[in-house]
Design a protein around this ligand. Structure first.
Ligand code: URA
Length: 432
């Protein structure tokens, strides 16, 4: 029997826990033998004291051992790739990268989550496609990656159940923002879902968990370490989340933007990230090419239409209607105009995320329903010159009242000034 109170005390006092202790605690919690209040206290002790890399690995292993795992390499007889973002505003990268990589002949299999608060979730975006099924069994997931070359599905209930419980507890005890807990949470799910090669996009800035580049590097190194120990090939891109990614923030409007990008007509910043992530995925796939060749092939898949064809095959395979016209559209569209001329010096990601949340594009609590049609289109981004009265953004709303509130928030998210905006590249670093 595990003595949870002793382990909490040890961690509270800065001690290091053994693999067996951590395994006992996490598996006991997953089985309902260790109560929430003790695990909540444990998480707070970890929040202040941290975990060593050995402890983080033991925690990750214990979380994986709490459920089933998927062996994609065993099932397909080849390497499968996956991509994951730590969460941001307007981050629809997987929706474009999946079809591109698949069109280049590399199987892509991803289990994904739902959005909470100002960050969107890939599953919610996919569910804006009429008919799209995100709840596939593990067998259906494997079969689709094998037969279609691409599947993005909801995490099955039997995969890392300890993380589901632990995350819910962290969410209500102010213990989400700890590097070891975040790294173990993300990597346990990635390792259990079976891909051999993973590109992680660690978001940095106002709209991300990690507000500074140095904190993002610490998280990236922790995840790289877990990947290495689990014999997975992992590359981390560290990318800017001080402003939303691309223009669209919402659900259906993000799917539309991903589709535009796959067809070669996406916003410049988003297209750059999609090409970089695709190039890195192709470079760690079994194609035996480097990132420069990966980027060339990704660009080619956009130009020759094979990425768009892969998108259609994938969406149909999961029961969805791939036609752009089938995506829901908001009944009320309001322009947000520039109050003065100048340069866009800042476009706050969190504020735009909160505006989209207020419109109904996200959920404040995990049981909230989502309005898939609504969102914000940021037509002007950091560094753009504008005249007074130019349209900065569009608010896509269900009704006039929610549109008015979102319009105010979006206007406040834009900081216009006379000086040039501080330069900040989208891809800030790459670690492997
Ligand atoms: N995403 C996760 O899956 N887990 C975390 O702890 C944070 C972000």
């Amino acid at each position: 029997m595990i003595h949870a109170a002793e382990l909490i005390q040890q961690k509270r006092d800065g001690g290091e826990l053994s693999d067996d202790d951590l395994t006992g605690l996490i598996l006991g919690f997953a089985r309902g033998e260790v109560p929430d209040y003790q695990v909540a206290a444990f998480c707070m002790a970890v929040y202040f004291r941290g975990l060593s890399s050995t402890e983080t690995y033991a925690l990750t292993d214990a979380m994986i051992a709490s459920g089933k795992t998927i062996d994609l390499r065993g099932a397909l007889g080849r390497k499968v790739v996956d991509k994951h973002s730590t969460g941001g505003v307007g981050d629809k990268t997987s929706l474009a990268v999946g079809p591109i990589v698949s069109a280049c002949g590399v199987p892509f299999g991803k289990m994904s989550g739902r959005g909470l608060g100002h960050t969107g979730g890939t599953l919610d975006k996919l569910e804006s496609i009429p008919g799209f099924r995100v709840e596939l069994s593990s067998e259906e997931f494997i079969a689709q990656v094998r037969d279609v070359g691409l599947a993005i599905v909801g995490q099955t209930a039997d995969l890392v159940p300890a993380d589901k419980k632990l995350y819910a507890l962290r969410d209500v005890t102010a213990t989400v923002e700890n590097v070891s807990l975040i790294a173990a949470s993300i990597m346990s799910k990635k390792i259990a879902a079976g891909a051999d090669a993973i590109v992680l996009d660690v978001k940095v800035g106002d709209g991300a968990f990690m507000k500074t580049l140095s904190d993002a590097r610490i998280l990236a190194r922790a995840m790289l370490d877990l990947g290495r120990r689990a014999e997975r090939e992992v590359v981390c891109l560290l990318t800017d989340m001080d402003q939303p990614l691309g223009r669209a923030v919402g659900n259906a409007i993000e799917v539309r933007e991903a589709l535009d990008t796959i067809r070669g007509d996406g916003p410049t910043d988003f297209t750059e990230l999609v090409l970089d992530a695709s190039a890195q995925l192709l470079a760690i796939s079994d194609l035996g090419i480097d990132a420069a060749e990966g980027r060339r092939r990704a660009q080619h898949a956009i130009v020759d239409g094979s990425a768009a064809a892969a998108y259609e095959r994938w969406v149909r395979a999961q029961g969805g209607d791939p036609a752009e016209a089938a995506l829901p559209q908001a009944p009320v569209v309001r322009p947000v105009e520039a109050p003065r001329g100048g340069t866009v010096r800042r476009l706050g990601a969190i504020r735009i995320g909160v505006a989209a949340l207020g419109l109904g594009a996200g959920r404040r609590t995990k049981d909230d329903a989502i309005d898939h049609a609504v969102g914000v289109l940021c037509l002007r981004k950091r560094g753009d010159e504008v005249q007074a009265g130019d349209v900065l953004a569009e608010v896509h709303a269900r009704d006039a009242t929610s549109a008015a509130e979102a319009t105010r928030l979006v206007r406040d998210a834009y900081e216009l000034g006379d000086d040039a905006a501080p330069a900040r590249p989208l891809v800030l670093d790459l670690l492997r």
